[in-house]
Design a protein around this ligand. Structure first.
Ligand SMILES: Cc1cc2nc3c(=O)[nH]c(=O)nc-3n(C[C@H](O)[C@H](O)[C@H](O)COP(=O)(O)O)c2cc1C
Length: 154
């Protein structure tokens, strides 16, 4: 079983979350490839058994690059495969459930009949450039450990 973790980032905060998820999955014995979305030229579902996709929240939704990546996730290839989604966003928006890149990504992947493994992870960033709020890396590690359990039920 090998998964792919894909993220977009402008200031590095979403990258840190993606790296933490990838490292924690690896520590749990799960193989993953980690990609900045800009470096994904071609996506082959044959190579991967699950997808973790993350974006900074911009104007209540995902970045243009992540929207473009979703066009490469072909329904006929990815349906029934597991996924989870994460984003970075500002704490003042946390109550606005729909105002979130991760929620929008989840909707798109569910439209492709993929299986959502966990509720989305919303990592909190202070201001536009960050840093991440204190404790968010530890919270991400917990999230990724939970994800590993879902991926390896035995
Ligand atoms: C143009 C722009 C629009 C943004 N819109 C939102 C938003 O709608 N909601 C929110 O919580 N944060 C918003 N932010 C803050 C971003 O979420 C923050 O810049 C991002 O998490 C940083 O991630 P990065 O370091 O990976 O680029 C916005 C930032 C920019 C630059």
């Amino acid at each position: 079983m090998k998964g792919i973790v894909v993220y977009d980032t402008s200031y590095g905060n979403t990258k840190k979350i993606a790296e933490t998820i990838a490292e924690t999955l690896k520590e749990s014995g799960i193989e993953v490839d980690l990609f900045d979305v800009k470096n994904v030229k071609k996506l082959s579902a044959k190579d991967y058994s699950f997808l973790v996709l993350g974006s900074p929240t911009r104007f209540g939704t995902m970045s243009f690059a992540i929207r473009g990546f979703l066009g490469k996730v072909k329904k006929e290839e990815w349906m029934n495969k597991p996924f989870t989604a994460f984003d970075t966003e500002n704490p003042e928006n946390i109550e606005k459930k729909e105002w979130s890149a991760a929620e929008k990504i989840s909707e798109k992947l569910k439209d492709k009949k993929m299986n959502q493994l966990l509720p989305v992870m919303k990592a909190l960033v202070l201001g536009q450039k960050g840093p991440l709020k204190e404790g968010e890396i530890d919270r991400t590690k917990d999230y990724a450990r939970e994800l590993a359990i879902k991926l390896k039920p035995n």
